[in-house]
Write a protein that binds this ligand. Sequence first.
Ligand SMILES: Nc1ncnc2c1ncn2[C@@H]1O[C@H](COP(=O)(O)OP(=O)(O)OP(=O)(O)O)[C@@H](O)[C@H]1O
Length: 256
Amino acid sequence: MTNVQAPALSLRGLTKRFGRTLAVDRIDLDIPAGSFYGVVGPNGAGKTTTLSMATGLLQPDAGGVAVLGVDLWSSPEVAKPLLGVLPDGLHTFDRLTGGELISYAGRLRGLDKETVRRRRDDLLAALDLEDAGRTLVMDYSAGMTKKIGLACALVHAPRVLVLDEPFEAVDPVSAGAIRGILESFVGTGGTVVLSSHVMALVERLCDHVAVVGGGRVLAAGTLDEVRGGADDLEGRFVELVGDGREQRDLTWLRLS
Ligand SMILES: Nc1ncnc2c1ncn2[C@@H]1O[C@H](COP(=O)(O)OP(=O)(O)OP(=O)(O)O)[C@@H](O)[C@H]1O
């Protein structure tokens, strides 16, 4: 049974090492139910590794995850149906058409044929993929692949959506459609967790944010708490993460 008081996602001591790289270092994070939560951090910070462990796609070396109070690793059959996941660099069955892929995702989740058909048509229309619904996914652009991945994550009407870079490669019109879907999902009691590099987008959409760097949480809380005195999230991000670039002038690139 889910616990209505519990955070949508609760991460405790999550740790993952790849050889000599400590990708995620004892991360603790509570994502409140009903929040629109952004996870930001520089390249290689550990965002994808954390979200993969948080959704059961990657086994942690240590630590635990609870989804709405349900332990993900000991009760996956209860916890996983609560989640809708859009993984980074989605590897999917790309010899299916978009419509078939959504139907497959829905049937895998145990939905009956009629429900799957109705939701597939709704999702293809909402994401402006009606024509593409009959095209093989292998022929999709990067943005279309993102959108079909999102449709597959939504088809079983999860309680918590975890989306790795959902707006990457998506055109502004489609991004607006996705924003609308996510806002109404949160507006009706769902929780969205997304990672992004686009601070302006996180500031516009999210009410909570975690800044991750070097496999650790550097700051987490409401947008205002994390921004602190900084003018915007980007300023605070650079302050927290640092600008470690070596100042080297590429003189050889100059045309004159
Ligand atoms: N399968 C893997 N094998 C080896 N190293 C990995 C693997 N996955 C991630 N890493 C390493 O773990 C660290 C964290 O990577 P991760 O992909 O989680 O970062 P990220 O914050 O999502 O980065 P980006 O913003 O660039 O997508 C990096 O140093 C990366 O090289």
